[in-house]
Design a protein. Structure first.
Length: 228
């Protein structure tokens, strides 16, 4: 699963080139560039990349609210920050977004915890890479909630590979750059929804302060201990 992730401090020029943000701007103000964040939690605002005559980055709430939702946000009791990739296309909560609302969720990596309750060890998981970050496969939607338009997203998950299954049986779907366009095209096909090759996965222990969402800074992703 993915219940916390790190975006870092995105450099505009670097990210625009990496993500190929050439999409058309819609009517209204320019999209707000995401704030630096090393401890993104569900219900917070984060950046996603959507298809709009190319690719465009926008911000959205983490925890998908389907477009048919009309009740107050306080009545949304379902956990929608993750969606199982094997089931999302059929689930009422996610199937519309699977068909017309695919997105990329750029990040540096994500956090996972191991151990017993009250004594859990936090880990940071990322990939060996030559680019600024990675992209999770996501779904997004817009709904009118409490009288206002709300954009939101979820991160798809798959069975974990050997590199992380000792931490959790599920992991976020991390897309290869060569598969981004196929995922965003939403034409009925999709790239493999599977864990990345074990040899590319990098896991290291991080400071327990990451468990408190109020803590935020680059030190949260720095390794402590010996790592894995």
């Amino acid at each position: 699963m993915c219940g916390r992730f790190a975006v870092g401090d995105p450099e505009v020029d670097l990210w625009e080139g990496w993500l190929d943000l050439s999409g058309a701007a819609t009517a209204g103000p320019e999209p707000i560039w995401p704030e630096p964040n090393w401890n993104v939690a569900p219900t917070q605002i984060a950046a996603i990349v959507v298809a709009n005559e190319g690719r465009r980055m926008v911000t959205a709430r983490w925890g998908l609210i389907p477009r048919w939702w009309r009740k107050p946000l306080s009545e949304m009791k379902a956990s929608t920050f993750n969606a199982r990739s094997e089931e999302a296309s059929q689930k009422p909560m996610f199937r519309d977004a699977w068909r017309v609302g695919r997105c990329l969720v750029p990040a540096l990596g994500y956090y996972e915890w191991s151990g017993k309750k009250g004594a859990k060890t936090p880990w940071f998981v990322t990939l060996e890479r030559n680019t600024p970050g990675i992209c999770f496969a996501g779904l997004w939607a817009e709904a009118t909630v409490d009288g206002a338009l709300l954009r939101s997203f979820t991160i798809l998950t798959c069975a974990a590979g050997k590199a992380t299954q000792h931490l959790h049986p599920r992991s976020p779907v991390i897309l290869d750059e060569q598969d981004w366009e196929e995922w965003l095209s939403a034409e009925g096909s999709e790239p493999p929804m599977s864990a990345p090759p074990d040899g590319r996965v990098r896991v290291h222990e991080v400071d327990a302060r990451v468990g408190n969402v109020r803590n935020n800074g680059p030190e949260l992703i720095e390794p402590v201990g010996l790592g894995l």
